[in-house]
Design a protein around this ligand. Structure first.
Ligand code: PBG
Length: 404
């Protein structure tokens, strides 16, 4: 507020920027100029202004008592003016000059469907996210559509698990029924399905076991069956996340054989054995009952291996490649998106979401701004699309113009 002031903020702005301008002309150091301006504002009981000074210009911005920003830019006569820099401080021009573009079209929202549930239930490990029963899955979709999100990826929690994960490809399995429910009501909503065994096997590994380790080739068969059953139920795209070798080729062959040549495959290509999946495994009930996934997921130390995995998936006929997780692997996203002509997806996984949520809830960071900045950094790194638990909030941030 400007308590005693009849002197309005426009006059105050004139005064402080004139003073700053003179100081700069007389060769004062920039930080001194800033300091003096802030001190003068303080002396008038005004809130701190925003001061931006570079050798060729000075910009001072005040917020009027009714919340409107007023800005004055002074150019030094002795210098040319860097219009680009100056104009970037004008909101509309800043948006014009953005190098990274985001659209709600490039966001994919994960939906968890639980066969044993009626209605919806909050997921403790992922604050703000829900498990949906088959009777409620359309609610998740209508929430997406209301926020401007038109794509989802489905995860299923089946009633029954067994050693080979047979509920994964059951004609009336949880994911298959969820697809039917969604497509009956929202035929234009885009449904991707996660294809993996870990939610369906009683041991929690992503494939069929032979002794204590996963049998790669036996698993290919059940993955292909699972993918086909999703597509037959109406899925628009399948996304194998198991990391078995040869699974894209196996799935492609089965889909083609059944007349689904045009159904795309999004391959979780560079999927690291990451601690960031922790909350997901609690949410999906898919933690391995023994051992870990290091035998089939990638070592976080490796970069070239990611290129190799992408090359294999491309050769096998993948339509979209993916790097997962996102934030700790921005270098991998950049490198893979430079090296391959296929669209690149990134998965901002459960642990990334949970950390931002927790830090925000503890008042340690500004959740909204961190969410925005993290998401746009993934696109800046070269991703064309992003799977994220923040999809709805991000779509709205884009529509507001805060990012994108
Ligand atoms: C299934 C799968 C996982 C995730 C996506 N699909 C878990 C895992 O590999 O352990 C992780 C997603 C997340 O953490 O948000 N294999």
């Amino acid at each position: 507020m400007y308590p005693t002031l009849e002197l309005d903020y426009n006059k105050l702005l004139d005064m402080v920027s004139e003073m700053g301008y003179r100081l700069m002309k007389s060769g004062a150091e920039i930080y001194r100029v800033e300091e003096s301006i802030q001190r003068l504002l303080q002396a008038y009981g005004a809130p701190r202004g925003e001061v931006f000074a570079i050798p060729n210009c000075l910009m001072v911005s005040l917020t009027s008592p009714d919340g409107r920003p007023v800005t004055q830019i002074r150019r030094m006569p002795t210098h040319g003016t860097d219009i680009y820099l100056l104009e970037k401080y004008n909101g509309l021009c800043r948006r014009l000059c953005r190098e990274t573009r985001l659209s709600p079209d490039s966001l994919i929202y994960p939906i968890f469907v639980d066969e044993t549930l009626r209605g919806k239930r909050p997921i403790e490990a992922l604050p703000g996210q829900f498990h949906y029963g088959l009777d409620a899955v359309c609610e998740a979709v209508s929430d997406c559509l209301a926020a401007g999100v038109t794509h989802c990826i489905l995860f299923g929690l089946p009633r029954e698990k067994d050693a080979v994960g047979s509920s994964a490809w059951a004609k009336h399995g949880v994911v298959q029924e969820a697809i039917r429910a969604i497509k009956a009501k929202y035929p234009d909503f885009y449904v991707i399905t996660d294809v993996c065994m870990c939610e369906y096997t009683d041991h929690g590994h992503c494939g069929i076991l032979c002794g204590q380790s996963v049998d790669n080739d036996k698993t290919l068969e059940v993955l292909a069956k699972t993918a086909l059953s999703h597509v037959e139920a109406g899925a628009d795209m399948v996304a194998p996340s198991d990391m078995m070798d040869g699974r894209v080729a196996a799935i492609r062959a089965v889909l083609d054989e059944h007349g689904y040549e045009t159904t795309p495959i999004m391959a979780y290509s560079a999927k690291y054995a990451s601690a960031f999946y922790g909350p997901f495994r609690a949410a999906a009930g898919s933690a391995p009952s023994f051992g870990d996934r290091k035998g089939y997921q990638m070592d976080p130390h490796n970069r070239k291996e990611a290129l190799k995995e992408c090359a294999l998936d491309e050769a096998e006929g993948a339509d979209i490649l993916m790097v997962k997780p996102a934030l700790s692997y921005l270098d991998v996203i950049r490198e893979c998106s430079d090296a391959f002509d296929l669209p690149m997806c990134a998965y901002s996984v459960s642990g990334e979401y949970a950390m931002i949520k927790a830090a925000g809830a503890a008042g340690l960071v500004d959740e909204y701004r961190i969410m925005c900045e993290s998401a746009l950094s993934v696109f800046r790194a070269g991703a064309n699309m992003l799977i994220t638990y923040y999809a709805k909030e991000l779509a709205q941030a884009i529509q507001k113009g805060d990012i994108g």
